[in-house]
Design a protein around this ligand. Structure first.
Ligand SMILES: Nc1nc2c(c(=O)[nH]1)N[C@H]1C(S)=C(S)[C@@H](COP(=O)(O)OP(=O)(O)OC[C@H]3O[C@@H](n4cnc5c(=O)[nH]c(N)nc54)[C@H](O)[C@@H]3O)O[C@H]1N2
Ligand SMILES: Nc1nc2c(c(=O)[nH]1)N[C@H]1C(S)=C(S)[C@@H](COP(=O)(O)OP(=O)(O)OC[C@H]3O[C@@H](n4cnc5c(=O)[nH]c(N)nc54)[C@H](O)[C@@H]3O)O[C@H]1N2
Ligand SMILES: [Mo]
Length: 670
């Protein structure tokens, strides 16, 4: 991102035309980063709550007063019989930098002896699915896509969530590759594809097995690749044999012809690129689904060729020295709380996992009151009068409304950071281009100051931000060879030390325990799963809970609105205007059955909660599925609610991830 500054003020942000992946453009949201940075509501000073909890009434205080109060309150909890584990840090994406989200903050909480947080809210099911199968969350290179002869966009809304991939997809299409989108919703991405496959949510593992069935049945597998580089290929062939087109069709809700045609085209392609993404793993069987899909290019040998393979992420290639940044070794043995069960952690005396109740919550880089599942329970927890809550933020979010102390944080324009990526192979340095707005401070500095106030004098709390960046780069690991701070300062970004084109598994070299692509996984067996890829139905499905599905017949998907980044940017007027208002998209048949006309105000509800939305009725969604573009701030929606009112705190099969889209609801006229 290139920032133009005039007299100390940022006036324009733009993509870097030299960047090989982002090629000079920014996404719809980040284009508005100047508007967001100088937003009239930007937090400028520390605040202390004056009204009752949750009233949203605060008074400005000095940094010194704010830090004193936090140090005193946290110190009192740490030395009480509950001990420091009663303190819970809560953080996630923010702007995803290592300095502002994985360094001083971690060191501070480790030295304090606070509870640890398992950061599962986004990607863990799929990540573990990849690890179990190919060894790591490492896949094909996006820059190889133009060489692909078939592109599957599988469980991803590319034009919204990953727009920089799109020009590469278009190049493949120019060379003749069909582009196919597998998604229950005909998203703006699906509309631009050659084919839309409206799969039943949560059944992607079955589709992958059905594709394998066709590939094996037609003899389209790569026998040499299977023999040399995979484990358990005969068993996989036997498993796939069970997934006849008829059975696959019954589970996925697709026609047999669609499955056979997809299987044949996949099998005949030489270098199919599967962009699997995180949308499809937000279901009970999300880990298995990614694992089954990750087997496909090893069956057909597509890993051998540029443009072939699967990509869930490229993130595991970024071999930063996270251990040096986080210093987990400084922590005493403490419990870990899963972030997607925040509601439970705040409302159950033993935090759901044993140990003391949570007495203090320190939130940064996240807006759990909007993004965490089962929002009613989360809000009940945040409303506890005996909970001391500190929120580091840019804005007075839904979460900040429940704080006792709010601290103003800097944005990307104002601080140092270093970034990995999950769709490309370039390290990005974030240099500050303007002075902090108001009295805002970087997270890193806030935790340094807090440590000093609390008498935590360990030398690791004295590193400055540039030192942290140098530590991140100093892992000595091969993929960071040659990536230097000095060159990053000069250019802003550098390619990892991976070849171009990068073919991670062209000659096997899988990073699993066996060194092969593990169709058969002993590690899966040890966790109590089928060692072979399998289909695990959604929790809220006819297979597992027919009575629930009878009461709540619609599957609600609450994936991102085009102009929001999770809950970030919802308060930026120009972007919120484009999202209009909370909406729910229904298939015409579902709307008619309920007497719902276009534009009607409807209630979307289940046993966990409800929210209001305006009905959109179009055939661009699978019957039986509803779409609520998200993630609205409750307080910017008319009824104070959002889609997470209805989502559950259940966990995926692998990685303890969330099941945001494994969510049955009913919709009715409000
Ligand atoms: N504009 C924008 N961009 C973003 C984000 C954002 O909020 N806004 N968030 C960023 C983050 S943190 C992430 S993790 C990524 C997420 O981006 P993606 O990985 O693309 O995931 P989602 O947007 O959650 O879902 C993508 C698609 O999966 C579909 N889907 C849901 N369930 C299923 C299923 O069972 N099977 C199949 N085949 N499809 C299914 C949904 O209908 C949706 O269209 O995007 C990043 N980019
Ligand atoms: N229903 C539903 N729920 C979802 C999802 C979904 O698709 N549907 N998606 C899930 C996914 S994939 C994810 S990743 C999570 C994301 O959940 P979060 O990690 O909470 O992401 P955001 O909503 O973007 O909130 C990030 C907050 O961090 C603040 N922030 C940004 N940079 C900084 C900084 O440097 N310092 C400080 N102190 N604050 C900063 C922003 O102002 C913003 O309020 O949401 C999950 N929740
Ligand atoms: Mo995410």
């Amino acid at each position: 991102m290139l920032v133009t500054v005039q007299e100390g003020r940022a006036i324009r942000v733009a993509g870097d035309p030299e960047h090989p992946f982002t090629q000079g453009f920014l996404c719809a949201k980040v284009n508005r980063y100047v508007e967001r940075t100088y937003h009239p509501d930007r937090l400028q000073t520390p605040l202390r709550r004056v009204g009752p909890k949750g009233s949203g009434r605060f008074e400005a205080i000095t940094w010194d007063a704010a830090l004193d109060e936090i140090a005193q309150r946290l110190g009192a909890i740490a030395s009480s019989p509950d001990g420091p584990q009663a303190i819970l840090p809560y953080s996630y994406a923010g702007t995803m930098g290592l300095v502002q989200g994985e360094a001083m903050d971690h060191r501070f909480f480790h030295l304090l002896g606070a509870s640890k947080l398992d950061r599962t809210i986004c990607s863990m099911a799929g990540t573990v699915g990849m690890r179990m199968t190919v060894g790591a969350n490492v896949g094909a290179d996006s820059e190889g896509v133009p060489d692909s002869d078939l592109v599957l966009l599988w469980g991803t809304n590319t034009l919204t969530a990953n727009p920089h991939l799109w020009p590469f997809v278009l190049k493949a299409r120019e060379r003749g590759a069909p582009i196919i989108c597998i998604d229950p919703i005909r998203t703006r991405t699906a509309q631009q594809c050659d084919e839309w496959i409206p799969i039943r949510p949560g059944t992607d593992a079955a589709l992958a097995l059905g594709i394998m069935h066709v590939v094996f049945a037609r003899g389209l597998q790569d026998r040499d690749f299977l023999e040399r580089y995979t484990l358990g290929h005969q068993e996989l062939c036997a498993r796939a044999a069970e997934w006849t087109p008829a059975r696959t069709a019954a589970v996925t809700g697709l026609s047999e012809e669609t499955i056979v045609s997809l299987g044949e085209r996949y099998g005949r392609a030489k270098a199919a690129f599967i962009r699997v993404n995180y949308g499809l793993q937000r279901h009970a069987g999300g880990g298995m689904a990614v694992r089954a899909i990750a087997c496909l290019p090893a069956v057909t040998g597509h890993w051998r060729r540029p443009g072939g393979g699967v990509q869930l992420s490229t993130s595991a290639n970024f071999q930063f020295d996270r251990a040096a940044l986080q210093r987990e070794d400084l922590s005493p043995p403490v419990r870990t709380i899963n972030m997607i069960r925040l509601g439970e952690a705040l409302t159950q005396p033993d935090a759901g996992v044993g140990g003391p109740p949570v007495k203090a919550l320190v939130v940064y880089n996240s807006n759990p009151a909007a993004v965490a599942p089962e929002r009613n329970v989360v809000l009940r927890g945040l409303a506890r009068e005996d909970l001391f809550t500190v929120v580091l933020e840019h804005f007075q979010t839904d979460t900040a409304d429940w704080a006792d102390i709010v601290l103003p944080a800097t944005t990307q324009l104002e601080h140092w950071d270093i970034h990995f990526a999950y769709g490309h192979h370039y390290v990005t340095l974030n240099r500050p281009s303007i002075a902090p707005v108001g009295e805002a401070k970087p997270n890193s500095e806030i935790f340094r100051l807090l440590a000093a106030k609390m008498g935590i004098t360990h030398e690791v709390m004295r590193d400055d931000d540039v030192t942290l960046i140098r530590q991140a780069l100093a892992s000595g690991l091969p993929k960071l060879q040659g990536v230097s701070f000095d060159e990053l300062v000069e250019r802003g970004w550098m390619r990892l030390n991976v070849p171009k084109p990068y073919l991670p598994y062209a000659d096997g070299k899988f990073t699993t325990p066996s060194g092969k692509c593990e169709f058969r996984s002993e590690r899966m067996a040890a966790l109590g799963f089928d060692p072979m890829p399998d289909y695990i139905p959604p929790y809220e499905s006819v297979e597992r809970d027919p009575a629930l599905v009878a009461r709540y017949p619609l599957t609600l998907i609450s994936s991102p609105a085009h102009t929001f980044l999770n809950s970030t940017f919802v308060n930026v007027r120009s972007l919120r205007r484009q999202a209009r208002e909370p909406e729910v998209l229904l298939h015409p048949a579902d709307a008619e059955r309920r007497g719902i006309a276009v534009g009607a105000l409807v209630t979307v509800r289940n046993d966990r909660g409800a929210f209001l939305a305006k009905a959109r009725v179009e055939a661009s969604i699978r019957e039986g599925v509803a779409w609520a573009p998200s993630i609205w701030w409750g307080k910017l929606a008319g009824d104070g609610a959002n889609a997470n009112q209805t989502t559950s705190q259940r966990e995926t099969d692998l990685g303890h991830g969330p099941v945001f889209y494994d969510n049955q609801v009913e919709v009715e006229i409000a």
